[in-house]
Write a protein that binds this ligand. Structure first.
Ligand code: C2E
Ligand code: MG
Ligand code: MG
Length: 753
């Protein structure tokens, strides 16, 4: 038989005890005497004693580390010893304990029957046991107990290892996994959980403790700082963990109380392709380290076990970290750290039914592109970061703040919390600062009550975006709310925009000319050219609709050019009829005034059409002049210097300060038709038309009343000193081809001409 030597005790193994059971105190003493100074594998072995079955049982229950029992067969009863054997193997379930039966009267318990029926290891006659034989017996049995224990421990550890790996694969968060690893290592080593798991995330100053237990518990979530002493981490420990995570070898020295330990770097396994696909460049592999303090130097088996567990859990850790990194890339905005559009969409999808109890609010920085140009990209970015922080601070606890686009933020939250998010006074703006530079940002807001929409979240975002764009057209700091049916309107608008584009290309925009007369003598002053569009289905589209559309879609200049060209034709027609002194008034959109080449361009068009500037009057609305006062004045001044007359259209409906009007070089003020209703209702000087007429006189301007429908209005206007009038009473807008007959009918042309 080849005996494989059982390795001697390892530091962490307990030394088993021996239990001598005999009702004869003399024999017990003699055993104690024989074993005095007995050592097993170099370590002292404690001898316990019992004088009865009951005492023996009590000792066994108290000391689970009893490895060998020297058991007298005959005690209070003839088979007392055999009863104890049954109890040990039976209800105490101690299969590891080696039992050596001793007897003084062999006949009472026949050796063969006992060895066959009961699980005992040896059966000796007391008289055969000299001190040497006893030691040899104990050595052999302690050794076999030791190997049984090791086998059992090995099986236990293997099972724990499998369970731990299985558990790890089911944990989906890194911190939870790190904490579990410490518990599992402790279970494997049959010790209390202690130590830490750290990782070194990219762009951070030191290892981050993602799991901690025992004396290190307080380090959980903290970043280890080189050279610093923290509760549970000496500078030397920190340096070694840094080293395990890729930093140079430590130059520190261990402190006195730094005992044995296990320190492992958890290397990333092969990267799962499915996770990395397409993202290999951006995702980085993070390193992890596991550190566990030990009461004594860990043996090879312990190291191997922990290494095996760590390798398995480490792979899962890397997987989770990679997923977290990819998650960040896909769902987080790099500049502000807020969720991005995808992050917002994910949250909306995840909300399911609850989404309909929420409100979505878009906030867009007004004029951000100007800010970008003015301050440079980097400063503008820092202001965006500051704004993001501000929005985050002010949002309720359940409100998600995301950055969905360059300068557009979104807030998503329960309806009651979101009401507060409608920025108080939008006209005031929000002051943000990057530490050096501060700016007042105006935000335009668009709110969608999600109980009103039915489509998928992607569609809702598009709706909010549409709302926002729509709000922007009305100036800074607007707030608009979604109304059901808006999508249809938006779709119709889009289709109409397409049709307008076609109509402009095909030259289908025509003008209608509405006569204007001098009030003093009733003579003809000229005509206002009004754009008309009949679409291909024969519908007349109201000018206010398609003009707004042309403005929104960038077609307004093309429209103006067609109107101007036809107006020039109309003037040449008048000129050919001997009425070259009449003027044609053409409407300019506010947006056109921002074009620095506008005046030159109009002049060139008129001149190539053979029309002098004096023949054309340009009407601009009051609001156009006020919104962009400087740019507008410049273009109007140039036009005037070139010889065109300028009229301020729809006066009274905008928000001009009368005082500011002085600053503009104008020729005409057109009193909006909305005010003519006041005529005859109050004393003359209290009516708006009355005031406008006298104001224009003071400013040296001529006034023209629009929308004159009754004789009474005409008489009143004439009396109050208003110079000219336009309206149904004088004549409806008419197509150019009707001009000659109308002129004749009104007596502005001899009947024969
Ligand atoms: P506006 O420039 O103030 O034009 C006068 C509007 O009053 C015209 O409406 C005209 O048809 C209407 N009107 C004239 N007399 C009367 C009247 O006695 N009673 C009433 N109730 N209304 C009268 P229209 O043609 O619908 O044009 C509306 C607006 O569309 C114009 O107001 C102008 O702001 C804009 N628009 C028209 N054509 C053009 C254009 O070619 N370019 C630009 N930018 N805007 C234009
Ligand atoms: Mg007009
Ligand atoms: Mg008008």
């Amino acid at each position: 038989m080849i005996l494989s030597p059982t390795p001697a005790f390892t530091g962490n193994e307990p030394v088993p005890r021996i239990l001598a059971v005999d009702d004869d105190p003399v024999f017990r003493r003699s055993i104690a005497f024989a074993l005095d100074g007995y050592r097993f594998q170099g370590r002292e072995v404690e001898l316990l004693q019992a004088g009865s079955v009951a005492e023996a049982r009590a000792q066994l229950e108290r000391h689970p580390d009893i490895g060998v029992i020297l058991l007298d067969v005959v005690m209070e009863q003839d088979d007392a010893g055999l009863q104890l054997v049954r109890q040990v193997r039976g209800d105490l379930d101690r299969q590891d304990v080696r039992i050596i039966l001793l007897t003084g009267q062999p006949g009472l318990a026949p050796m063969h029957d006992v060895m066959r029926d009961l699980d005992v290891d040896e059966y000796w006659h007391k008289t055969e046991l000299g001190s040497e034989r006893l030691e040899a017996l104990l050595n052999a049995n302690l050794r076999s107990h030791q190997s049984i224990m090791r086998e059992q421990q090995g099986r236990r550890r293997f099972e724990r290892l499998l369970q731990a790996v299985d558990r790890a694969n089911r944990i989906q968060d890194l911190t939870g996994l790190a904490r579990q690893l410490l518990d599992d290592v402790a279970a494997l080593l049959e010790a209390e959980p202690a130590g830490l798991v750290a990782m070194w995330p990219p762009h951070t100053t030191g290892p981050l403790v993602i799991g901690a237990a025992g004396a290190q518990t307080e380090l959980q979530g903290m970043t280890l700082v080189s050279g610093a002493r923290l509760a549970g981490a000496t500078p030397h420990l920190t340096a070694r963990i840094e080293h395990a995570l890729g930093a140079p070898a430590p130059t520190t020295t261990p402190e006195e109380d730094e005992g044995p330990e296990l320190l492992l770097a958890l290397h990333p396994g092969p990267t799962p392709r499915s996770v990395l696909r397409g993202q290999a460049d951006t995702a980085q592999q993070t390193l992890f380290a596991l550190w566990v303090p030990r009461p004594c130097e860990p043996d090879a088996t312990e190291r191997e076990l922990v290494r095996l567990l760590a390798a398995n859990v480490g792979a899962q850790m890397h997987r989770l970290d990679l997923i977290a990194q990819l998650d960040r890339i896909a769902y987080q905005d790099e500049l502000t750290g807020l969720p991005n559009r995808n992050g917002l969409l994910r949250r909306m999808h995840a909300a399911g039914e609850r989404l309909s109890t929420m409100v979505l609010q878009f906030e867009d920085v007004d004029q951000f592109s100007n800010l970008n140009l003015m301050l440079g990209f980097e400063t503008a970015n820092r202001l965006l970061q500051a704004l993001a922080e501000r929005l985050r601070e002010e949002a309720g606890p359940d409100v998600m703040v995301a950055r969905v686009d360059n300068d557009t933020f979104a807030l998503l939250g329960p309806a009651d919390q979101m009401v507060a998010q409608m920025y108080r006074d939008r006209t005031e703006g929000i002051t943000v600062s990057d530490g050096h530079f501060s700016a007042v940002l105006h935000l335009t807001g668009a709110q969608v009550d999600l109980s009103l929409v039915t489509g998928p979240p992607e569609e809702t975002l598009a709706t909010a975006r549409y709302l926002l764009n729509d709000a922007k057209r009305h100036g800074w700091g607007q707030q608009v709310c979604y109304r059901p049916g808006m999508e249809t309107q938006a779709r119709d608008n889009y289709r109409l925009g397409q049709a307008l584009h076609e109509a402009l290309r095909a030259g289908e925009i025509r003008i209608a000319l509405q006569p204007q007369v001098w009030l003093q003598d009733g003579s003809l002053k000229g005509f206002e050219a009004l754009a008309r569009w009949t679409d291909r289905r024969g519908r007349e589209i109201p000018p206010l609709t398609f003009i707004a559309l042309a403005e929104a879609s960038g077609h307004i200049s093309a429209l103006f050019n067609q109107v101007l060209e036809q107006s020039c034709q109309a003037w040449r027609l008048l000129d050919s009829l001997g009425l070259g002194h009449l003027r044609i008034a053409v409407n300019l959109s506010a947006l056109q005034l921002a074009d620095p080449a506008l005046a030159q361009d109009i002049a060139a068009r008129c001149s190539s059409a053979g029309v002098p500037p004096e023949a054309i009057e340009l009407e601009v609305t009051e609001s156009a002049v006020m919104v962009d006062a400087d740019g507008a004045t410049l273009q109007l001044d140039r036009l005037r210097q070139l010889g065109f007359e300028i009229a301020l259209d729809d006066f009274g409906t905008g928000f001009s300060s009368l005082a500011r009007l002085r600053g503009f070089d104008l020729d005409w003020i057109k009193i909006d038709r909305a005010f003519l209703g006041e005529i005859g209702q109050r004393p003359d000087e209290e009516t708006l038309p009355g005031m406008i007429v006298s104001l224009s006189r003071q400013l040296g301007l001529k006034s023209l009343a629009e929308g004159v429908e009754t004789d009474a209005q005409r008489r009143w206007l004439t009396r109050s000193g208003c110079q000219a009038a336009q309206g149904m009473l004088i004549g409806r807008p008419m197509p150019m081809c009707d001009l000659p007959s109308w002129l004749r009918k009104q007596g502005h042309l001899p009947a024969t001409q």
